[in-house]
Design a protein around this ligand. Structure first.
Ligand SMILES: [Zn+2]
Length: 237
């Protein structure tokens, strides 16, 4: 009985952490995985927005429009194969002053990949994204990678970034939940994760204007992850 109760509590706590993402547990994560950036420690009134899995021919332009209306900048973690398919969307992201990060060649975990395959896929994605600029940020697909892969990405000059306000939008939760989770976690240095590149990103797009308005009400400005890190002196992550 006691065991059952403990088991149930662990499950409940796991669910709470998964769906509520209290910022308080972040310190534990940061200690357990010091090579991954979840937020940037800063007192500046800045937060970073990031969008994953694009470029998408319909949703990415919608996101870009909303960002422009709100004078916000973001980081787009692009998938190499999709960047090859929609180069005009990649060019527009860049032309509008946003940052581009490496989100690997294909959607799907890196876990079955050897070191050679992993490096090959990172490089192919760099070429697919093009424009010759050096990419600074890597976000592993699905948010998971082996420690050896994180090490290889770092050796190639990447900073590996997840975030601390992620509403699991690929699971299509209601718009109110997406807004609630992100708005609750908006604080200086927060990194928001949303998806513009999933098959149906309607809810993520629908939640965005209010998230941007809520941040502004808190006195926060939305910038790319790179700018957030640079302005904060790139330390204390
Ligand atoms: Zn992804």
């Amino acid at each position: 009985m006691v065991l059952l109760l403990v088991g149930a509590m662990v499950v409940v706590m796991g669910l709470v952490v998964f769906w509520v993402e209290p910022l308080g547990v972040l310190g534990v994560l940061e200690r357990l995985t010091p090579n991954i950036v979840y937020r940037v420690r800063t007192e500046l009134p800045l937060v970073a927005l990031s969008f994953d899995d694009g470029p998408h021919p319909a949703f990415t332009p919608q996101v870009l429009e909303i960002l422009k209306q709100h004078e916000a900048k973001a980081t787009f973690f692009l998938i190499g194969e999709r960047a090859l398919r929609y180069p005009e969307v990649v060019a527009r992201i860049r032309a509008e002053g946003h940052e581009i990060g490496n989100h690997y060649l294909r959607n799907g975990a890196t876990l079955g990949h050897s070191n050679e395959e992993f490096m090959g896929n990172l490089e192919k994605t760099e070429r697919a994204i093009g424009a010759g600029e050096k990419l600074e940020l890597f976000r592993p697909p699905g948010g998971v990678a082996w420690a050896r892969q994180i090490r290889l990405a770092r050796e190639r000059g990447y900073t590996c970034v997840l975030g601390c306000a992620y509403p699991h939008d690929p699971m299509h939760p209601p718009v109110w939940y997406i807004r609630w989770l992100i708005e609750k976690n908006l604080a200086p240095g927060t990194i928001v994760i949303l998806h513009d590149g999933i098959a149906n990103a309607k809810r993520s797009v629908a939640a965005l204007p209010q998230i941007l308005a809520a941040g502004r009400k808190k006195g926060l400005r939305f910038v790319s992850i790179g700018e957030l890190r640079r302005r904060s002196g790139g330390q204390g992550e």
